[in-house]
Structures are given as structure tokens and as C-alpha cells.
Design a protein around this ligand. Structure first.
Ligand code: SF4
Length: 370
């Protein structure tokens, strides 16, 4: 499902595609670099900012491309310094982009670890039972330009917050493609967006600091395994047996563990990278000891890191977060099995930070007043 805007976003163009479009207009090739520099390095917010371009070229650009396919409608900052941006697209669809700041011991906020979490679809078709994004199903895929535009909005927000003219995107530690949507279900736009994000003429963000997270689309994991792009992979496992995954993740019916695990291994071997297994701990669903034991076996077999995330409750869904004691008992079993494991303290409880919640609430409020 795609949305055809009146004008394509400029943020979806690569250096090659823009050079080609300019060439067709009789413009020299160097203009493409100049334009991309205005967007990504100088953060131009209007065509008129691009002062070293001839007026006629600026007019052609304005007629041909959309400079801002995503507009900030709401920025919510939580007490634990998670920032959630609600963005509106040209068809009034809403998406979420989250900035997570994790202060390090003994240093100020400016030196905290910063991660940006971006979305790839409006809604999601995967229907994971615990997730707000899947509740209303998939509305449409994002274009590459809309995916990249989220990062520019983060830059604008960071510029304003730090009161610097232009803060560097490189000052963020990681970008995770883990927001709304299943990234590998929108494969081509994802790869194009990550190429722009990574390129020196684009946002220049290192591939090793970009993680793509999937619920387990095996054919696409295998396709990604063959692409020499250098991005990291995380698997939303959330169950260490088919029985548990079947209960909460419909994708497991098509791609059960006997298919998923070899695909993860193929990626890991081809890229020489440790894969992360994401595991949201949900009370009485996947927090029992036998799940911890099975998870240890899978992680050891794959030489994978395990990231445990205590569940964030979602309005209208019955699932709960396990007690701290149960969370810690689960971690201990993995540690005793010598698995590399972290227990993430979920950020942003007070701003509906679980995937898709802020959008869902805003969509419901909009429906109520219309
Ligand atoms: S957890 Fe991810 S894949 Fe599953 S429904 Fe939510 S957004 Fe989609």
C-alpha cells in the first residue's frame, strides 16, 4: 500500500537520482551535491534558504519536490527524558519518532547515550498481540523520503533544544528501525532510506550504528543477509518456543523457529555481526523459567545478545509487566548460561512510549471530534 503525493519528497532522492533529474533539466551535476548539502548539512527549511542556487533552479525544485513531507504536530518530553515526536504526513497520517536519552553514571544530560527510534509504516499488519501499532492494522508503507524526513525532524528538535545552530546527527549513538511498522515488509523504501542516512552526501550516519529490527520475515532476513550494507539486525523474538510465539506473534505461523533460526544464523555468518534478540517480558506469557532456559539455548547457539524489555502496558490490552523479582530471576538464568544479556528499563512510561500508543491516542481523539 503506497501513497502517491502530489510531489515526491526531496529527502527520498539519492545523489545519483537527483543528478539524473538535474541533468534532464540541463543543470550541471555539481548542483545535486549543493542541494543535498543544503538539506542535510545546512538544514535549509525553505527553497529560498538555498542562496547559492540560481532563482530559476530554486523555482524548478519548488515545483518538482516536496521539501517537508513530515510536520511536527506534537513533541512530548517525559520525566525520564525520552522525547516522542508525533509527525503528520501529507495525507494526514500520523507516525511516531522517539529520542531516548540514557544518562550515564556521573555525567550530565549532554553526555547521555542517545538513540533515535524511527518508523517505516503507518500502522502495522503484523498484529502482534501486545502492540499498540498493530491494533488498527496497516494503513500504508512510508516512502524512503518520509523515513528520512523523521531524522531531519529530530535534527531540528535537537538544534532547538541545545540552542546550537546545527547539532550533528552523529552526536547520536544509535538509530534503531524499531518504531511503528515491520521494516522488512517495506524493504525497498527501507534500503533506500538507510542508504541516504548512511551516505556522506546524506546524513553521514555510520552503518554499524544502525539497527534494523524485524518480527521475523524469514525471506527478507535472507535477502538482507546477502546485502553488503553493514547494518545491524535485531529480531523481535518475544517467545523462545513456537507455542509462545504462536500465541502473541501471528508471523510465527508462517515462519516458525525452525525457519527463523537458520535465517538469523545466515545473516550473522555473512555479516560477522552479533545479532540481538529482543524479548519483551510479559507476565504469565513468556516470563517462566522454561522460557529463560530455552532462550539461553537459542542465544548461545546463535552467539546472540539478548535484550530483555519489561512490558509497557497498552490501554485496551490485558498484558502486564512481570514483577521486578521475576524479571531479575529471568536475567539470572541467562547470565548463569553465560549469555550476553541486558535488562532494559523502559523509557517514557509517562508519554505513551510503547510503540504506537501516542499515535493511537491522537487518532482516537481526532475521530471523537470529527
Ligand atoms: S511489535 Fe512491531 S511488528 Fe509487531 S505489530 Fe508492533 S510494530 Fe508491528
Amino acid at each position: 500500500m503506497k501513497f502517491e503525493p502530489e510531489k515526491p519528497p526531496l529527502t527520498g532522492e539519492t545523489l545519483d537520482s537527483l543528478t539524473l533529474r538535474l541533468k534532464e533539466q540541463g543543470e550541471p551535476a555539481f548542483r545535486a551535491r549543493q542541494i543535498l548539502e543544503w538539506i542535510y548539512k545546512k538544514r535549509a527549511r525553505s527553497w529560498d534558504d538555498m542562496s547559492n542556487l540560481p532563482k530559476s533552479l530554486r523555482a524548478w525544485l519548488a515545483d518538482t519536490f516536496d521539501l517537508s513531507p513530515a510536520t511536527l504536530v506534537l513533541g512530548k518530553q517525559s520525566l525520564d527524558i525520552t522525547d516522542k515526536l508525533l509527525l503528520e504526513l501529507r495525507d494526514q497520517s500520523l507516525i511516531e519518532t522517539v529520542i531516548i536519552r540514557a544518562p550515564q553514571d556521573g555525567v550530565g544530560l549532554e553526555h547521555s547515550r542517545k538513540t533515535i527510534c524511527i518508523s517505516t509504516q503507518v500502522g502495522c499488519a503484523m498484529a502482534c498481540a501486545f502492540c499498540a501499532s498493530g491494533l488498527a492494522g496497516l494503513k500504508r508503507d512510508l516512502s524512503a523520503g518520509e523515513i528520512v524526513a523523521q531524522l531531519l525532524q529530530v535534527c531540528y528538535r535537537e538544534d532547538a533544544r541545545t540552542q546550537r545552530a546545527r547539532s550533528e546527527l552523529a552526536s547520536f549513538d544509535n538509530i534503531v528501525v524499531m518504531g511503528m511498522g515491520e521494516p522488512l515488509a517495506n524493504y525497498d523504501a527501507l534500503i533506500r532510506a538507510l542508504t541516504i542516512l548512511n551516505a556522506e552526501w546524506g546524513l553521514g550516519f555510520g552503518a554499524r550504528r544502525i539497527t534494523v529490527s524485524t518480527s521475523g520475515l524469514v525471506p527478507k532476513i535472507l535477502k538482507l543477509a546477502d546485502v553488503p550494507l553493514g547494518f545491524r539486525l535485531a529480531i523481535s523474538l518475544h517467545g523462545a518456543t513456537d507455542e509462545v510465539r504462536d500465541r502473541i506473534m501471528p508471523v510465527n505461523k508462517a515462519y516458525p523457529l525452525e525457519k527463523l533460526i537458520p535465517a538469523i544464523r545466515a545473516f550473522s555468518e555473512n555479516h560477522g555481526r552479533m545479532v540481538t534478540l529482543e524479548f519483551i517480558l510479559i507476565e504469565d506469557v513468556n516470563d517462566a523459567l522454561d522460557q529463560a532456559v530455552k532462550l539461553s539455548e537459542i542465544a548461545r547457539d546463535l552467539h546472540a545478545h539478548v535484550n530483555l524489555i519489561p512490558y509497557n502496558s497498552v490501554e485496551g490490552l490485558p498484558w502486564k509487566r512481570p514483577s521486578l523479582a521475576r524479571q531479575e530471576r529471568f536475567v539470572r538464568i541467562l547470565e548463569e548460561a553465560r549469555v550476553s544479556v541486558t535488562l532494559r528499563r523502559e523509557k517514557g512510561h509517562d508519554i505513551d512510549a510503547a510503540c504506537g500508543q501516542l499515535r493511537l491516542k491522537t487518532e482516537r481523539d481526532r475521530a471523537a471530534v470529527s
